[in-house]
Design a protein around this ligand. Structure first.
Ligand code: NDP
Ligand code: 8X3
Length: 252
């Protein structure tokens, strides 16, 4: 029987790239995100390319009931999850705290912290029942360094870093691995979402240097997921070569 990876935020960027990599490596997949049409297209592509069996489940990670209902409704065979990739996340806005949007703050906190918690609460219990599992949490360089106007986004990623450590302690007696992946700049839909669809402003973020692409992060996640049973990668920070820290980017 193939191993199973459950990936949140699989409709785009890093999550979608992880779906390709894990399918290539022989995994069956549970793919989640809000955009069902994208999940269905991706599922059919992965089935054709890699013969992967794929279940899709569209829900908003901010809605606790939706998370629990949709995950618990999955047939029993999909609950034998070997790897959970807690990837769904976003940034909204880039404003000084005193001018921040309440709605943006709530969206980030509800998605990046509470959404990750809701999914982890359900899936970690399946892993405990199954006696195995690996949870991989997408943090960020923004969860290691605070930058100007990053305030609440940084706070949510610092929270992910803390939860990564907390989960590792709490799940230790159950033999469940927990890994944090902390990328620097990755060119995905991330900046477009941050700037509310302003493609020009989003593109500028990556001007003058070579950012990471989603596949770079997905391959790093695969490295962590494919270590022998007795080895856990606690965390990895993955940066573009041209980026030494959040704001130290060497532009040509
Ligand atoms: P994308 O915007 O390309 O992808 C984000 C994914 O999250 C989408 O699949 C989106 O799906 C999903 N998502 C967002 N909100 C929700 C929600 N409420 N419910 C369910 N799914 C949701 O960005 P990235 O691939 O770059 O980001 C993935 C992760 O990596 C995030 O946690 C981000 O913070 C982190 N990260 C990104 C970096 C970057 O520079 N790009 C750097 C460091 C970390 P849908 O809209 O269909 O729901
Ligand atoms: C995304 C990286 O530097 O844009 O988490 O916050 S950054």
């Amino acid at each position: 029987m193939a191993k199973i990876a459950l990936i949140t935020g699989a409709t785009s960027g890093i999550g979608e790239a992880c779906a390709h990599v894990f399918a290539r490596e022989g995994y069956d997949l549970v793919l989640t995100g809000r955009r069902l049409d994208r999940l269905e297209k991706l599922a059919s592509k992965l089935n054709k390319a890699h013969n992967a069996e794929v279940a899709v489940s569209a829900f908003d990670v901010r809605d606790r009931e939706q998370v629990i209902d949709n995950l618990e409704q999955l047939p029993a065979k999909w609950k034998k999850v070997n790897v959970l990739i807690n990837n769904a996340g976003l940034s909204k806005g880039l404003d000084p705290l005193q001018k921040g949007s309440y709605d943006d703050w709530e969206t980030m906190i509800d998605t990046n912290i509470k959404g990750l918690l809701y999914v982890s609460r359900v899936v970690s219990n399946w892993m405990i029942d199954n006696g195995m599992g690996h949870i991989i949490n997408l943090g960020s360089i923004a969860g290691k360094e605070v930058y100007a106007n990053g305030n609440v986004y940084c706070a949510t990623k610092f929270a992910v870093d803390a939860l990564n450590k907390g989960m590792r302690i709490d799940l230790l007696p159950h033999g469940i691995k927990v890994t944090g992946i902390h990328p620097g700049a990755v060119e995905t839909e991330f900046s477009e979402v941050r700037f509310n669809g302003d493609k020009k402003r989003a593109k500028k973020v990556y001007d003058g240097f070579e950012p990471l692409v989603a596949e770079d992060v997905a391959e790093t996640i695969w490295f962590a997921a494919s270590r022998p049973a007795h080895v856990n990668i606690n965390e990895l920070t993955v940066m573009p070569t041209a980026q030494a820290s959040v704001f130290n980017i060497f532009k040509k």
